[in-house]
Design a protein around this ligand. Structure first.
Ligand SMILES: [Zn+2]
Length: 74
């Protein structure tokens, strides 16, 4: 079995809120504005193996000071 990321992080087209969706689902109702959208129509911002990892990714995305282009200091 190949390892597949099961959870996807997408952005609601209406309220721009980050949403965690199960990749096996075809549609999702926004938890913030109740808008229903097709997952396939949206750009996947990130993916995660489980719900916990997905929440961590969303928390990082919401942090205003963190930018994807910023080099990572180890
Ligand atoms: Zn929404």
């Amino acid at each position: 079995m190949t390892e597949r990321k099961r959870f996807l992080i997408v952005k609601c087209p209406r309220c721009q809120g980050y949403q965690i969706v199960d990749s096996r689902n075809k549609s999702k109702t926004c938890s913030q504005c109740s808008r229903r959208f097709e997952i396939i129509d949206l750009a996947v911002i990130a993916s995660a193996r489980d719900a916990r990892e997905a929440r961590t990714v969303v928390a990082e995305l919401k942090m205003p000071r963190t930018t994807a282009s910023e080099p990572k200091v180890i």
